[in-house]
Design a protein around this ligand. Structure first.
Ligand code: ZN
Length: 157
């Protein structure tokens, strides 16, 4: 996706710079562009096509001559693209790390829940055993009371 976009941008800019020869380049307002020379800044000495009315116009037409600028732009574009990819990867990595953290937290919570559940289960088992024992004691006491009652009845007869 990114790759094809980049290729399109590259072929688009280089074909348009090769397409029109000098003198036939029209500016944005339809006039024949004139060749100008950069006098200041990092691009000093480079030539470009500009609007003949510049700077007294809103035309803003601007095109470097010689394709040098295209290559530089392309390099900048590649660099930017690479930086973007790195940034995207870092964001992706960060998201994955967050996800891992979340999953770990979830796992810890689950383990805690499980531990709690285990505790509850063993507690329940103990209580169940206790109540079972109580029940047995109760039935034993009931039987004993009946036996005693029987003995009392027998002795009275
Ligand atoms: Zn113009």
């Amino acid at each position: 996706m990114e790759r094809s976009k980049h290729q399109f941008a590259t072929s688009g800019s280089s074909s348009s710079s090769r397409g029109g020869s000098i003198g036939r380049i029209k500016c944005n307002c339809g006039r024949d562009a004139v060749v100008r020379l950069v006098k200041t800044g990092p691009n000093v000495g480079l030539k470009f096509h500009g609007c003949p009315l510049w700077p007294d116009t809103d035309c803003g037409f601007f095109k470097w001559i010689g394709g040098v600028r295209d290559e530089v732009d392309d390099l900048w574009f590649q660099l930017f693209e690479k930086e973007t990819t790195i940034a995207e990867l870092e964001i992706h990595k960060k998201m994955l790390e967050d996800k891992v953290k979340r999953v770990q937290l979830k796992k810890e919570n689950l383990e805690e829940d499980l531990q709690e559940l285990k505790g509850e289960t063993s507690q329940l088992r103990i209580e169940l055993m206790k109540s079972a024992r109580n029940e047995r004691n109760f039935s034993l006491a009931l039987i004993l009371s009946w036996v005693l009652f029987g003995i009392v009845i027998m002795s009275m007869m």
